[in-house]
Design a protein around this ligand. Sequence first.
Ligand SMILES: [Zn+2]
Length: 108
Amino acid sequence: MGRVKDILQELMKEMEISENIRLKIVPMKKKIASLSLATNVLRFNRNVVKFLNDEEIRYILIHELIHLKIRDVNHGSLFLRELSKYYNPHETYHLEIEIIRKLSKLTS
Ligand SMILES: [Zn+2]
């Protein structure tokens, strides 16, 4: 739990998020993480966390925190504009490829 929680707390400061978020590290079948906008519960897949480095965890958490910030579960232009404050498209592409590669090891 430690690493994800530490990175989450850092990011909440950086992104100026003052809402309470309850982090739950739980086994999940297909997703890496999910955030409920109704309850502010952020679930992070326990099965994947050990394969991820800090940069990948950071990327996943930024993704979820943007959903919280814009209060929208979609990945429309507002989402992409927020994401571009942290990563350029090249970085996004490579991080996603690597994360998906690690996730696919679990489900195959
Ligand atoms: Zn998303």
